[in-house]
Design a protein around this ligand. Structure first.
Ligand SMILES: [Mg+2]
Length: 218
């Protein structure tokens, strides 16, 4: 049986759902740039870095833009998004998150965040759960995005737990891949088609069965 001593949680889609805020910010930018962008297009941006998201959003229009201009677009989108983050409250915690964090704390497990978001600390503060985390690895401390394992390995280092004793909870396919490359136990949140490669899979954070994972023989 694997000994488990830390949980590393992805932020978006696991702890809270800022996808709607991201969508509105990207949509505003796309409208201003006269680039078509739908909710369906937005699905492809799940778990993807800001730069890559912009490339996907612009598609064939990308060649119209210089490097400086794309940097300005990313900054503008982030400005809209930051503005929207002010509206986040504890009510934006996904169901089951508070219970999960309490349970992990009670068992004496380390808890960290492993997220590409550069706004992780702001979001956790707005949600009112910042002080529950022992480590925060985010887009400000690593440059290579998932599926590169960097952010999870950095998180494990922050809490001082070997990677083989870490569990990652993720809702993106690239995040599950990153967890597996890291040598961590992967818990997928979402449909089989997206996170089916994980060791454990649940439809939502509220469905996570900690006993099963901690006792799990994988
Ligand atoms: Mg996510």
């Amino acid at each position: 049986m694997t000994e488990i001593n830390a949980f590393i949680l992805d932020l978006d889609g696991v702890v809270t759902d800022t996808a709607e805020y991201h969508f509105r910010a990207w949509k505003q930018l796309a409208d201003e740039e006269n680039v078509p962008f739908t909710r369906e297009d937005n699905e492809h941006l799940r778990g993807v870095s800001r730069r890559r998201s912009l490339e996907l959003l612009l598609g064939e229009h990308l060649e119209r833009y210089t490097e400086d201009h794309t940097a300005e677009l990313m900054a503008r989108k982030n400005g809209y998004y930051q503005e929207m983050l002010h509206h986040i409250t504890a009510a934006d915690l996904l169901p089951g998150v508070s219970e999960l964090l309490d349970d992990l704390k009670r068992r004496g497990l380390k808890i960290a965040i492993g997220s590409a978001s550069k706004n992780t600390t702001t979001v956790l503060t707005r949600l009112g759960i910042l002080d529950l985390f022992d480590g925060i690895a985010d887009g400000n401390v690593v440059t290579r995005a998932k599926p590169a394992p960097d952010v999870f390995i950095y998180a494990a280092g922050m809490v001082g737990i070997p990677v083989a004793q870490c569990v990652v909870v993720e809702d993106a396919e690239s995040g599950i891949e990153a967890a597996l490359i890291s040598g961590m136990i992967a818990v997928g949140i979402g449909p089989e088609t997206r996170v089916g490669k994980a060791h454990f899979r649940y439809d939502s954070t509220a469905d996570i069965n900690l006993e099963t994972i901690l006792d799990g023989k994988i």
